[in-house]
Write a protein that binds this ligand. Structure first.
Ligand SMILES: [Zn+2]
Length: 337
């Protein structure tokens, strides 16, 4: 589970950010990539033929938008090159925990849940971040659009949760805080996407954590500030750690963040080594589970395309595996395409 530090005084949850910008958009011309997904990999958790987008009273608009974006389908297909020894579920829901509840991975049922309220939060932040970047083009090294911010950030968060899931089902040993490792996983994957996606992911992540607020260091009621006891890093730490990996991987691109003062030079000089260390860990622990053929198919997909595949997810996309076909009511298992 995750939690994200505090932002604007709010306590958010899991997030992290970034990369998945890519997840977001899948080219309509590549349905083949999804069609061969074998069972027992990523599974959309369908209830009452809802396509995995569970009913909500308070966030109907958000639900409509993530259905339109086909967020769950993108996530499932994006991760489909991973040979999972056990299935991992994905679903979207109005989560318990209030307006600031963020997405999370739950080991108990091996399910990633994307909370509608988190999408709503990102949408609320988008206008202010985009406006700030427009107002200060020198201070913000990359221009950003509303869509880039929203989907880059949501994509990154979903990748972060995917990191938790893979650590779990692949039994990846984690030295250090798992929350840091999940952040690093997310960033690493984002950086390996096409340059346009990598940029969207990194800048949305950076601008988000830049806009967030670190917990203040004051004593609370005579006790140390418990925000620092959190399993996650603070906003600044997450910002610097993420930028360091981006810069370490592609200094010619993300050197702008160093030049603009977002990443201090003293940290920057060791970032190539930090990135190399992370990449080596990934290659040893996760890469052996990647199906290379399928990965090649994934790389052909235009994740930034507005539409994802030729079929719409709603209303009929979930298909019952049972002989009766998709018409039945009640819980069904989506046929893995
Ligand atoms: Zn987490």
């Amino acid at each position: 589970m995750t939690v994200v530090g505090t932002a604007m005084g709010m306590r958010m949850t899991p997030m992290l950010a970034w990369a998945f910008a890519g997840l977001l958009a899948f080219g309509g011309a590549e349905p083949a990539a999804a069609q061969s997904t074998p069972p027992d990999r990523m599974q959309i958790v369908v209830k009452d033929n809802d396509g995995g987008y569970h009913a909500t009273k308070s966030y109907a608009g958000v639900r409509d938008r993530v259905i339109k974006a086909r967020l769950l389908e993108r996530l499932r297909d994006f991760l489909s090159p991973v040979r999972l020894p056990r299935s991992v579920g994905v679903q979207a829901a109005e989560c318990d925990g209030g307006a600031n509840q963020g997405p999370f991975y739950r080991n108990r049922d091996r399910t990633i849940t994307i909370c509608y309220q988190f999408v709503a939060l990102v949408e609320r932040w988008a206008d202010q971040v985009v406006a700030a970047a427009q107002k200060d083009p020198k201070g913000y090294p990359f221009p950003i659009t509303r869509d880039e911010f929203i989907w880059g950030l949501i994509g990154g968060v979903v990748l972060h949760e995917s990191g938790h899931a893979l650590f779990d089902v692949l039994d990846v040993p984690v030295f250090g805080r798992e929350e840091d490792a999940a952040d690093q996983f997310s960033i690493l994957i984002a950086l390996r996407l096409r340059p346009q996606l990598a940029e969207a992911a990194v800048k949305s992540y950076a601008y988000f954590w830049h806009a967030a607020r670190d917990p203040d260091g004051a004593m609370k009621n005579g006790n140390l500030n418990e925000d620092f006891a959190d399993e996650h890093g603070t906003a600044s730490q997450r910002l610097y750690n993420g930028l360091c990996l981006a810069y370490g991987h592609a200094p010619a691109v993300f050197g702008k963040f160093v030049a603009a003062g977002w990443l201090p030079a003293q940290r920057a000089k060791g970032c190539a080594r930090e990135y190399a260390q992370l990449a080596a860990a990934f290659d040893k622990t996760v890469l052996p589970f990647i199906d290379e053929k399928r990965m090649v198919a994934m790389e052909k997909i235009d994740w930034l395309a507005a539409d994802y595949g030729p079929e719409r997810v709603m209303p009929a996309r979930p298909v019952s595996i049972s002989a009766q076909g998709p018409a039945g009511r009640g819980k069904s298992v989506e046929t893995v395409r």
